[in-house]
Ligand binder design. Sequence first.
Ligand code: GLU
Length: 451
Amino acid sequence: MSNLPSEPEFEQAYKELAYTLENSTLFEQHPEYRTALKVVSIPERVIQFRVTWEDDAGNLQVNRGYRVQFNSALGPYKGGLRLHPSVNLSILKFLGFEQIFKNALTGLMMGGGKGGADFDPKGKSDAEIRRFCVAFMRELSRHIGADTDVPAGDIGVGGREIGYMFGTYRRDRNRFEGVLTGKGTHWGGSLIRPEATGYGLVYYVTHMLEIAGAGSWEGKRVAISGSGNVAQYAALKCIELGATVVSLSDSKGALVAVDDGFVTVEDIEAIMDLKLKRKSLAEYTPKGNLKYIEGARPWVHVGHVDVALPCATQNEVSKEEAEVLVANGCRFIAEGSNMGCTLEAIEVFENERRTKKGDAIWYAPGKAANCGGVAVSGLEMAQNSQRLSWTKEEVDQKLKDIMKNAFYNGLETAKKYVPMEEGELPSLVAGSNIAGFVKVAQAMYEHGDWW
Ligand code: GLU
């Protein structure tokens, strides 16, 4: 029995990784990597701090702030900041742990980290958001830096919050440097960074479709959950490539297409505006055939879809929902969110992959499919180091190349390390986990982090 407090989300992320490593030939070929797994699963450093700020009524408010500096073997700690009432150490450790291997899969020089606070941006005024961000960065700024730790956005943190935090760092530390990514484009931000996670997800799935012989995006029905940054740009890219988007959602309910309805670019633009004001999807009145279902997630309400893209938050696809997606003919599932599927849901998809062969299911975990966001963050760091800005076309092309590499790296690594029966498709979850892990473990070994 462990005497550590239970950390359900972190344990889940660890189990997913460890299970895929155990069920490959990796440890047979390299028994020493068991030691690496033990070492890599403990953060190099965890920072916890108090954030006090003043609300509009002049009252003191207090929150818990965190930064998990998980692993720096491949570069400065890198990963987003999440502002959400559910934030605790278990959630940030799971996110930081995933981030290590995700960042490795981008091929760029970034370690893994994650941070945030249990602050709820919903219902707060713009001034309250600003005062919170300033108070949060007042403390965080002691622990980060362009060559130490480079945070970015995540749930509840977008361009506006990054701006307030960057301003605080600049004033308090008296340094203008690439200490955060997702910055405004006229003060060091990279073009395509806001779009990158959603676009990258769609680029990744393009390779899944291609290798499965399922053709292009043209005419595909796509279920998307979430309505934040990732979902918005994934949906726009799907539409641009000729697919039909049949759902979006938020924590309070889902917007689902009925009677040949579909989500339009106008719907997405209106929802972007709504979300910027921290309003809920329930307040949106669609023009076309879209129905709002209170308290629901989209998966069991969308009927047949070819592709499902969970883009909301962790554990947003259950075993039962996975079974319905499969029964309704969905063959491609790729996570825009981090750990979007429960372990049981992954098992449903992976079983289908193993047993069905030919028309089997392809499931891609977030650490591979959503690495486009942090990849363009890495490109933003590179531009900041050069003090230059690259064109939209240049960044977009690099993003496409990175997503292609992430896909084929996972695929080829699975073929190399995971025993497969005749006709069985390679496991993208196993391949991506092994590829990310081996790269980090090897660098740690060479640095003397384990021996
Ligand atoms: N929060 C994003 C992620 O989960 C982006 C992190 C970053 O750009 O540093 O990968």
